[in-house]
Design a protein around this ligand. Structure first.
Ligand code: OGA
Ligand code: MN
Length: 225
């Protein structure tokens, strides 16, 4: 095993060729359909996924997650009819978070090389949906702002059944009434989509639902709050 493979979780269990092929799948899905769902377990490894799952459970139990808001700048509101999840921003401070950040960097560079998106940075947060929580249909970025460009959601739930609810519904980018995909928030599953284009919705969860959302952005620095 090379030095790089030993240090880089995204390559720890796989050859760089595998990583390249996995990134090809991402780029192709985004390019052709604007979204895709993919199993990230072979890329991230079970150990990292368990560590992240453990972290978010501890944050949840210690009441460290805050009610999420919608909108931007002065328009930020806590509208419980739209969104009910709780979040905590990742800082990359724990080993698990720093390993995940390396994987996000590999995705950022991989998409830039393949799709010339000019993604400059990413931001990510843990999210929990408690029973009854949902996030109504929305897009992650307003058209033309080119701030959030690619959205990634990584799910952290063991043994998720259909009866547990909480699926991500993805809508057709040309007809937002038409559901074109349903993603179960099972451990290691990832949803990837173009932030401005793809309307999506989190259906009410019947059991606590853990995830990490990440946005790849084209702007260098955050706009003033
Ligand atoms: C979001 C979001 C989807 C999900 O946080 O903006 O749409 O499946 N999350 O958690
Ligand atoms: Mn969203």
């Amino acid at each position: 095993m090379t030095e790089l493979a030993a240090q880089t979780p995204i390559s720890k269990f796989n050859s760089l060729r595998y990583e390249d092929e996995w990134l090809d799948v991402l780029a192709e899905g985004l390019n052709e359909h604007g979204w895709l769902t993919v199993d990230a377990r072979p890329m991230l490894g079970d150990q990292l996924l368990s560590a992240l799952r453990q972290e978010v459970r501890i944050l949840d139990r210690s009441d460290s997650l805050k009610t999420a808001r919608i909108g931007r700048g002065n328009d930020k509101t806590r509208d419980r009819s739209v969104r009910r999840d709780k979040i905590a921003w990742l800082q990359g401070e724990t080993t698990a978070q720093s390993d995940l950040f390396q994987a996000f960097e590999a995705i950022r560079n991989g998409l830039n090389r393949r799709l010339f998106l000019g993604l400059k940075r990413f931001e990510s947060h843990y999210a929990t949906y408690h029973p009854g929580d949902f996030y109504r249909r929305h897009v992650d970025s307003f058209k033309g702002r080119a701030s959030r460009v690619v959205s990634v959601v990584l799910y952290l739930n063991d043994q998720w059944n259909q009866a547990d609810g909480g699926a991500l519904q993805v809508f057709n980018r040309d007809n937002e009434q038409e559901v074109c995909g349903v993603v179960t928030p099972e451990l290691g599953r990832m949803a990837v989509f173009m932030s401005e284009e793809i309307p999506h919705e989190v259906l009410p969860a019947n059991r606590t639902r853990y995830s990490i959302a990440c946005w790849f952005r084209q702007d260098e620095t955050p706009l003033p709050l």
